[in-house]
Design a protein around this ligand. Sequence first.
Ligand code: FE
Length: 203
Amino acid sequence: MIDSIAPLREFVLAMTERVDATDDERRLFGEGRRHLARLISRDDWLPPAFAAPRAERYAQYLLHSDTRERFSIVSFVWGPGQRTPVHDHTVWGLVGVLRGAERCEEYVLHEGRPVPTGRHHVMRQGDIEAVSPTVGDWHRVSHDWDERAAVSIHLYGANIGAVQRHRLDDAGAVLGFVSGYDSVVVPNLWDRSAAARTRIGTC
Ligand code: FE
């Protein structure tokens, strides 16, 4: 069996080293973007269970949380017609599209309230963008592809599923929310037996 999860393990290692070295958001954006670009440049490592759409709404699967919760990695999956509420993040984050395309509706804060700009942009496979209270934190994301699910990989500066955040309800009121995760297990990054067997085989 090949070590197909290796790109994700290498990303975890790289980001662990980055957050050990700095907590400066601009540096983490720059370096995180470079490592995330490498991760999403190939589409052969994400286990299917973490790319599965859900019938009722978009899915968010935890792929990894740093043991000190300094960062987390999440796969988001949108089926056709699915979208998030208008929401913020409250921590730094990078979003990279692995599969398909997503539509981002843009919001700005005006007198403490998120207001739609009327603009949107479409992110396609390989595109990466940043969110944070510093660079712009409010948006709505929706599926924008064909009849297949779209998948993006998100890197956040906290254990994002447990962070208290904000969203707009249908009437435009700002509500608190904690997203949680749709998964109860994480991918096994640590089965290194294939590499170990390869070494034994060459003795
Ligand atoms: Fe978001």
